[in-house]
Design a binder for this molecule. Structure first.
Ligand code: CA
Length: 711
């Protein structure tokens, strides 16, 4: 669609910025002078964390070895820096020559002194609030890219902005998609070959996936590659046109073009200078149900795939599809990690490793895309028995196709996956890959009988948060359904087996040359902990509580000969839906830095949230039932299942508006709080719908607060 090719860069004071005198602030004079040669040799300067994944291999491995299992007991906080937003945080910081560049919720950018945490500058792109409703999981941002003296950020409402790394002043800004489309940017840009690569999300909202490359110096569009097809009669005028016609269109059926397809690249992009390639990790198809998306047939390229492109032209080189014809939300967006592995040949093999939601650990030859191995990294996979090494295709279990079978089916992994987007790491020292994994996660998928695309809603062709369809009785708990088992996994990609597993739930990991693996956790969804494990055995050797949960990246750097461990804290991702009995007041996200013998005291844990509001009103049962259905379909993805929220996005049980019908209506129907992302829902609700939702939340809250009387 040519109308979507909005590529006009708005040049903001580019010439005057070039002519500026050296800034007089304490910011460095020639900030962030990173070119391709420096990026390619990033491992030779372990004091920095130059790229999203540390280096262009994206291994999240620090070559620093000052902090070891022997001295880690002395690892203590040395500073923290509060952000000015209390929403979800998922960023991985970049560290260059003693300066940290990090993004926050609402796509804001902070530069801070890496030794002291002192704020050097901050930039707020003033994201359009209502755009927050175009994503599943809050207004998160996973990080900036730093290159050629500039800091690049993708904003939630779709702009790619270049900032002067020394001052934070914008140099150029370009709309990467039509602001009216159902996309959002939560992922970090990546850089290389003079270009900035940026994708977007939208796979649950009818946003068609694509990645764009912009010239780093001017913001001019260099190329665009769509990951799912448009109208075959109207080529996009994009780098993907040729492969769409030759390979992709034939894998789709029916009116897919109207549904926009999905395949969004919302997390991992890796630039590989060795082969001048850029790899894209793509998300699920839209809608989830293939019967609606593609008449129940076809592989639907390039959903759930790794796609390799010529970095300079965006031309297709190869792809490997991990879940053909996906209906289970098996996004293949996990971090892609590049490495040289000894796989038996004369020389180490140059590989790409990938751990998507579908539960298999893939090792691909990154030059050719050849599948080298694909073994289950978790237990309990039911959608496929394995992967046929000859054809590269999964050996599917036909019973898992709830959609084509038109009946609810429990499938493992569930939509959360064996592993999702949370950062993974690889240590060249141990040869092991480290990631958070979950055995026996499962979902009960319930197909919808019909599908109607409604712009603005996350209609995905299944009853998403419901436990049963409207015509089906509430299912009884199934005692034979295994419980999920989460753990930190060290995987040997040569032997294709686990090296160790340490039980527990966690998020981002980072490995170091000091023989450690660091991982962020949540204590109750809201509060957190940073911990460290021996990289060789998985023994937990250290942990420190943090006021915020940690969903964002953990990195390491050094200043003046001292090694630091840095985490972006502030609950993000799936934590916004995590039910907890210990609901707390909301608190700002923050950077937290540790070093040996640090002496800082972190802020206290946030206090308990105020009491739930008990209504004295009464409502008809039919109104409450209608409200429950609406809540599940419109509200639950942000405000939590069963009305319970950890209060990262407000816990409605505690809202003053719960007891005030007029205030509730102003917020829910008329958009009183739309600058926070709470859009005006009037056009998406039936008459009386907002009041029915209030009835459901109020009556559920009251029932839970009322002690059950025994006769
Ligand atoms: Ca998804």
């Amino acid at each position: 669609m040519k109308t979507r090719m909005i590529a006009v860069a708005t040049l903001i004071a580019l010439t005057s910025a070039c002519a500026q005198k050296a800034p007089t602030t304490s910011a460095p004079q020639a900030a962030a002078q990173i070119d391709d040669a420096r990026l390619a040799n990033a491992a030779s300067e372990p004091q920095n964390w130059l790229a999203h994944g540390g280096t262009q291999l994206a291994q999240r491995y620090s070559g620093l070895d000052q902090i070891t299992p022997d001295n880690i007991a002395q690892l203590k906080p040395t500073w923290s820096l509060d952000f000015d937003t209390n929403r979800g945080q998922e960023a991985t910081p970049i560290v260059v020559d003693g300066v940290i560049y990090v993004t926050t919720a609402w796509s804001k950018v902070y530069a801070a002194d890496a030794k002291t945490g002192k704020l050097l500058w901050q930039y707020d792109p003033k994201v359009n609030g209502p755009n927050a409703a175009k994503n599943c999981c809050d207004v998160v941002n996973r990080g900036a890219a730093v290159y050629q003296g500039k800091v690049f950020v993708g904003t939630f409402d779709g702009r790619l902005i270049a900032l002067d790394a020394a001052t934070g002043k914008p140099l150029w800004s370009t709309a990467t998609f039509d602001p009216e489309s159902m996309q959002a940017i939560s992922g970090a840009p990546r850089v290389g070959a003079g270009l900035v690569f940026i994708g977007n999300s939208g796979g649950e909202f009818g946003g068609r996936g694509f990645v764009s490359a912009y010239k780093a110096d001017t913001g001019e569009l260099a190329w665009r590659f769509y990951t799912t097809p448009g109208d075959p009669a109207k080529p996009d005028g994009a780098a993907s046109d040729k492969v769409m016609a030759e390979k992709v269109q034939a894998t789709w059926f029916g009116k897919h073009n109207e549904y926009r397809g999905g395949g969004n690249v919302w997390n991992s992009i890796v630039f590989d200078p060795e082969f001048d390639q850029v790899y894209l990790a793509t998300g699920n198809g839209y809608p989830w149900a293939r019967t609606f998306r593609s008449e129940g047939k076809g592989d639907n390229l390039f959903i759930d795939s790794v796609v390799a492109l010529d970095a300079k032209t965006g031309e297709y080189r190869w792809h490997y599809q991990e879940t053909p014809g996906d209906i289970w939300d098996y996004d293949s967006v996990a971090d892609m990690i590049l490495a040289d592995l000894p796989l038996g040949g004369a020389a180490p093999r140059k590989v790409l490793m990938h751990t998507p939601k579908n539960g298999f650990f893939y090792v691909l030859d990154r030059k050719s895309g050849e599948l080298l191995s694909a073994e289950p990294y978790i237990a309990g996979i039911t959608w496929a028995k394995g992967v046929d090494k000859k054809t590269g295709r999964p050996i599917e279990n036909p019973l898992a196709r709830f959609d084509e079978r038109k009946m609810p089916v429990v499938v493992s992994p569930g939509e959360g996956g064996g592993h999702s987007w949370n950062p993974t790491a690889f240590s060249p020292k141990t040869g092991l890959m480290y990631l958070q994994a979950t055995d026996h996660s499962s979902a009960r998928h319930i197909p919808r009988p019909s599908f109607e695309y409604v712009k603005g809603l996350d209609n995905i062709g299944v009853y998403h948060f419901a436990t049963h369809g409207p015509a089906e009785p509430e299912p009884k708990p199934d005692p034979t359904r295994p419980k999920p088992v989460p753990y930190l996994l060290a995987w040997d990609p040569v032997a294709n087996k686990a090296a160790w597993k340490t039980p527990g739930m966690g998020s981002a990991v980072m490995a170091t040359a000091g023989g450690l693996v660091f991982q962020g956790h949540s204590r109750n969804a809201v509060m957190g902990e940073l911990s460290a494990y021996r990289a060789d055995t998985g023994e937990k050797v250290w942990s420190h509580e943090t006021p915020n949960a940690i969903a964002g990246g953990v990195v390491s750097y050094a200043v003046d000969g001292e090694q630091y461990i840095l985490a972006t804290t502030g609950a993000g991702g799936g934590l916004i839906l995590a039910a907890t009995p210990d609901v707390r007041e909301r608190q700002p996200g923050r950077l937290v830095a540790f070093k040996l013998n640090g002496t800082a005291k972190l802020p206290s844990d946030p206090p308990p949230a105020g009491p739930v509001k008990i209504s004295t009103e009464s409502f008809a049962d039919t109104t409450v039932a209608q409200g429950k259905d609406l809540y599940l379909n419109r509200c639950a993805r942000c405000h939590g299942l069963g009305t319970h929220s950890p209060n990262i996005i407000p816990d409605l049980r505690r809202s003053n508006a719960l007891l005030d019908a007029s205030l509730w209506k102003s917020i829910v129907e008329d958009g009183l709080l739309q600058s926070t992302g709470m859009i005006a829902w009037k056009s998406y609700l039936p008459v009386g719908g907002a009041e029915a939702i209030r009835a459901y939340v109020a009556m559920t809250t009251k029932a839970e607060a009322t002690p059950v009387k025994t006769p």
